[in-house]
Design a protein around this ligand. Structure first.
Ligand code: NAD
Length: 329
């Protein structure tokens, strides 16, 4: 069993705590938050079953704790992660991994040197539907991927330490990285607007990868919440709508056929739209956050690198950094 401490019990931390508490591979040893009301909230949920601290150094100095989960604001990830590694703890870090590429590389090198594991919660690649999409794309059923569209919109919470792109597009970028086995774009452009925040609240990111292109919308100022992914192949196309209760994943047997042969007289007849069946594939139910934490436990217990470790995180940060540099240019 892994004795783990959780730092950060704000909006997302309680979800991490719940799965750590329920997963038998973990013992949720201590919850830490320097905000007294958040710590009181934790106490009211896990009465007498977990320890509570307002200073994370207490967790780092406790030899019983072997791993630390970090669910504080992104700008606070690096310092806690570095201190935890130096204290000999494996670390689970919420997405996005760090605020800069240099910080990410430093943590990666430190973990390698100390023989410790880093798992970044790129939660979507642990989502059962994304794993299903991966098995479908790998099987060749979609044909060649032409493009991927990612749409992640909602109203608030407007953050000040990261832009909507760093907060939301990182999910879509991790999905593309996962589906393409780590491909990196050779061209990108981004437009965004800083409305109500010193960071962009609305960003449209366009990317070209070898063989396909992608477009990702991230917004904190949308009247409706949307979580949608389109993966369009030359044979079939997939739509994953995470806001639907049922029928989240649809495979459309639709596309474009190119008719060739001697009888073709006019070019107008060469390209034909193909309309076919729509399939609702069965997906084994599961929880993405549970799966992500389960993977982290396996990495520690089996001494293996996380599939969403610092190497993947650095590939994603490279894209976000480049998109920031090219924003509105
Ligand atoms: N995987 C996902 O789908 C998902 C969803 C939401 C948020 N997140 C990530 O989770 C992280 C936290 O986001 P949030 O929305 O919960 O933020 P939040 O601001 O609601 O909560 C952060 C909490 O950490 C505490 N904290 C900050 N620094 C601390 C320190 N040094 N010591 C002790 N406590 C400290 C704060 O008091 C606060 O309670 C972010 O990295 C965010 O990107 C991930």
């Amino acid at each position: 069993m892994i004795n783990i401490g959780l730092v950060g019990f704000g909006y997302w931390g309680p979800n991490v705590a719940k799965h750590l508490f329920n997963n038998k591979k973990y013992n949720l040893h201590t919850i830490c938050d320097y905000n007294k009301s958040r710590l009181e909230k934790a106490k009211s949920i896990y009465i007498g079953q977990v320890n509570y601290e307002d200073d994370y150094n207490v967790l780092l100095n406790n030899d019983d704790i072997t791993a630390i989960a970090i669910a504080v604001e992104t700008s606070g990830h690096h310092d806690i992660a570095k201190a935890a590694l130096l204290a000999g703890k494996h670390i689970y870090v919420e997405k996005p991994f760090t605020s800069t590429i240099e910080e990410a590389k430093e943590l990666d090198e430190l973990a390698t040197k100390l023989g410790l594991f880093i798992h970044v919660d790129h939660i979507m690649i642990f989502h059962p539907i994304i794993q299903k999409i991966k098995s479908i794309t790998d099987s060749g059923e979609l044909g060649d991927i032409m493009y991927i569209d990612g749409i992640r919109l909602n109203l608030g919470q407007i953050k000040k330490d990261v832009s909507a792109m760093w907060d939301l597009a990182v999910h879509d970028l991790s999905i593309i990285d996962f589906l393409s086995n780590g491909k990196e774009p050779f061209y990108l452009s981004a437009i965004g607007e800083k409305i109500y925040s010193p960071k962009e609240t609305l960003v449209f990111l366009s990317l070209k990868y070898e063989g396909f292109m992608a477009h990702i919308q991230s917004s904190w100022i949308s009247p409706v919440k949307e979580r949608k992914l389109v993966v369009a192949g030359t044979k079939k196309m997939i739509v994953f709508d995470d806001m639907k209760v049922d029928e989240k994943l649809m495979i459309y047997d639709k596309g474009v056929n190119i008719i060739s042969g001697e009888n073709i007289e006019y070019s107008d007849y060469v390209i034909k739209i193909r309309e076919g069946d729509v399939l609702l594939p069965f997906v084994t139910p599961g929880d993405a956050l549970y799966n992500s934490l389960e993977h982290f436990a396996q990495c520690i217990l089996e001494k293996k690198q996380s599939i969403s470790g610092p190497k993947q995180a650095i590939r994603l940060l490279n894209i976000l950094y480049e998109a920031d540099n090219r924003m509105n240019k």
